[in-house]
Ligand binder design. Sequence first.
Ligand SMILES: [Zn+2]
Length: 342
Amino acid sequence: MRGRGSAMPFVFKPEMTSPKQQKKLEEATRRRDKIFSEHPEIAELDSEIREKEFILRGATFHGLDTEEREQLQQEITGLKKKMKSLLDKKGVPEDFKQPRWDCPECQDRGEILTPEGYVRCSCHQERDLSFIRKQAGLPPRYSRSRFATANLDLYPSQDTSGKEAPRVRAKKAFKAAREFAHGQLKEGSSRGLLIDGPVGSGKTFLLACIANELLEHGKPVRYISYSDFLFLVRLSFAPDSPYSEYQLINEIEQAPVLIIDDLGNEQATDFSSSLLYRIIDHRYGRELPFVISTSCSLNELARRLGYLGEKIMQRIIESCRICGLKGDIRQKLIAKERGKDG
Ligand SMILES: [Zn+2]
């Protein structure tokens, strides 16, 4: 059972009525009572129909023979016709007794009973997807980043110093990223990734492609930039903070897939070093994957991660495939976007 930690966000158990359903049912009852009190003839006819339907349902119990049943059925049909024209005349909708469900399919239950058991209704699947997207914390700028639209031709095809060309390296990194995402979706497990590369080499875009691929398939992801995360943790110490340090850290520790952008961006303090170690060690122990990007070399990263840097790097290297990006493609991207605009 690799990578199955404690995060099981879509476990649901069907309940008879949710508070929301209850509200709709009560609203329908109030609507019905109002119409009955305004139009007593509707109430009278309605009760007559229900009485006859009740007898028909219990036909065997009431000892009715086939002919009597047919007779009763005809009476009911006649009364319903009468009701229809009465409602028409009074301007009352035919379904005045029905609750106004947002989703008539599941009656706002969120799940539908099928021969295979309860399944999530499509109305809730969409809601789940938009919920996990919100929870992911991916910057909106990257919400459209996709493997399918990644243009690796932006990377130079030659390296000036005769080493591996940026485009070749990018192809490898994107391939590894795709494999990571698909591994997560298929088996719920795969080794993490560490992507190094200079500023402007497309690391955040690559991380966003992974995040979006997973999110689109309903797999929850948590994206953080480590310096922003630390900033939030520090804010949580304020007495009027709406969230606690524990909540923040717990969420990061438990996320089914954690994506840390720009690790080593700033020199660690003892606090940030031990916090990162705690998070990485927790996830390592539970085989919860992380994807990390950094603009540092591995040695430099170990140094910048503070006094626990060596230990953190050991965990990372053990849990991650290492790949890299190089070249600065920002200018090309900007030029391309300008071209699109103009
Ligand atoms: Zn539904």
